[in-house]
Ligand binder design. Structure first.
Ligand SMILES: [Zn+2]
Ligand SMILES: [Zn+2]
Ligand SMILES: [Zn+2]
Length: 460
């Protein structure tokens, strides 16, 4: 999921155009402007669109032509400038734009489209869960209750919503502005979601007597702690403060204070790419080196582990069965275990919030050689092409996997040259596979005699 922040500011933007406080002046000096908060997801979904969102996209060199869904939190003017629908109508050849939001926000839009305009409106309320179909995929959208000062949410705004958005690959975004502290009911609706990205209101900084449905630097850490307690967030969640106003301290100071509560500060037009936070780790070592135990300890730090055993069954092999049983005993019971050599499918369908541990690549390669009927045909170039294309497909699957990946492989070739042609073929192909996997991974560890050594990237 790629989330581009078309704005990170409050309604008035930061700096406030009329203000000369320290916070506004410092931002002016460095030429930073935060426009009203809006987020573009995968270039297909736009969440909120205040007066500047379309222009911000153009400033960032992005066309909004591919946007198929516009999702509105509420009707406050910094979140909804319905004129965007008119600007869109002046372009021909567009497909239908679906506009989702609470009833009063949708009502504000209706006068801005002509009778034949390719726009469909959908009213949603807190608790609703809808599928946002796109040309290629679909997203799941849950509307959650917001704590946005119902006393002030009048005929303009109507009900305000937060959104829980899940991508086709299972990545989850919580869009949580405008809102004040999460109530127990709100936290309950987020329990266990372990969002990948949370965009959260931080309007008021050190001004704590605002009496509005927004956060300040006193109330925000309390809610972040509560969200963590109910597993709405986890170690891997990126929490980004948005809807920022000049009541906050200047950027550098605010960044440090947010860091202390596990949150980040980003500029307008910054991109949060959940793929970039996934890790790829190759662990190699000889037989009985401790490589599997090392990999299992690393994986166990994650709350959700998918263990992929590539060995499969070997009927009539007692020693093999005992090895497998010992491995199985060692694994925590809450891990999901899949026994397959089809790594391409398994990696492509892995849940984004999991870590996938593959043990091991040597057995996977053996299965490829079996299926290519390679043994005894070591010099056959067709066979070799078939196995090499399987290796290429594996590398791509590792790169594209939505989850983090830990791969265990065997280090071969440090021993005597195998006496059989089949053994030499296996050794060579595994060496090639390991090198190519290492290139696709951001971390490579060699385990020798139970000791793990992180290998540096070779210099170009
Ligand atoms: Zn707002
Ligand atoms: Zn100011
Ligand atoms: Zn508002």
């Amino acid at each position: 999921m790629r989330v581009r922040l078309l704005g990170t500011g409050s309604a008035d933007g930061w700096p406030n155009p009329f203000c000369e406080c320290r916070s506004c002046e410092e931002e002016r000096t460095v030429g930073r402007l935060r426009m009203p908060t809006a987020a573009l997801v995968d270039d297909i979904l736009l969440i909120d669109s205040g007066p500047t969102a379309p222009y911000s996209a153009s400033l960032g060199g992005i066309s909004l032509r591919r946007v198929e869904h516009l999702v509105l939190t509420h009707g406050h003017p910094d979140h909804l400038a319905p004129s965007i629908l008119l600007w869109r109508e002046w372009v021909s050849g567009l497909t239908v734009l679906h506009v989702w939001g609470p009833s009063m926000a949708i009502d504000l839009c209706r006068d801005w489209v002509g009778p034949d305009s390719p726009v469909e409106f959908h009213v949603i309320a807190a608790g609703d869960c809808v599928t946002l179909a796109t040309a290629h995929d679909s997203y799941e959208l849950r509307a959650l209750e917001a704590n946005h000062d119902p006393r002030r949410i009048d005929s303009i705004a109507g009900e305000a919503l937060l959104y829980d958005l899940q991508s086709p690959r299972g990545e989850r975004l919580l869009y949580a502005t405008d809102t004040g502290p999460f109530t127990p009911a709100m936290l309950e609706s987020m329990r266990g979601r372990q969002y990948d990205v949370v965009l959260i209101d931080e309007s008021f900084g050190d001004k704590t007597d605002h009496g509005t449905g927004h956060f300040d630097l006193d109330s925000l850490p309390v809610t972040l702690h509560a969200a963590r307690e109910c597993a709405a967030t986890s170690d891997h969640t990126r929490v980004i403060a948005v809807h920022l106003s000049h009541h906050n301290p200047p950027t550098d100071e605010l960044r440090a204070r947010l860091h202390g509560m596990g949150a980040e500060l980003m500029d307008d037009l910054a991109v949060i790419d959940t793929a970039a936070s996934r890790s790829r780790h190759l662990i190699t070592g000889g037989a009985r080196s401790g490589k599997s135990s090392h990999a299992e300890r690393l994986a166990d730090r994650h709350p959700k582990v998918v263990y992929v055993a590539t060995g499969g069954e070997r009927p009539n092999d007692l020693e093999w069965a005992q090895r497998i049983a010992a491995h199985r005993e060692r694994r925590p019971s809450h891990w999901t275990t899949i026994e397959t050599a089809d790594l391409e499918t398994t990696l492509a369908t892995a849940p984004a919030d999991a870590v996938v541990l593959v043990d091991c690549i040597g057995l996977w390669l053996t299965a490829q050689l079996d299926s290519a009927d390679a043994w005894g045909r070591e010099t056959d170039s067709d066979m070799r092409a078939q196995v090499e294309s399987a290796i290429t497909a594996l590398i791509e699957a590792v790169r594209d996997c939505p989850a983090s990946v830990i791969l265990v492989t065997n280090e071969v070739g440090m021993d005597l040259v195998p006496p059989h042609a089949g053994g030499r073929l296996f050794r060579d192909l595994l060496g090639i596979t390991n090198s190519r996997l290492a290139d696709a991974c951001d971390r490579v560890t060699l385990v020798v005699a139970g000791r793990a050594l992180d290998l540096p990237r070779s210099s170009p």
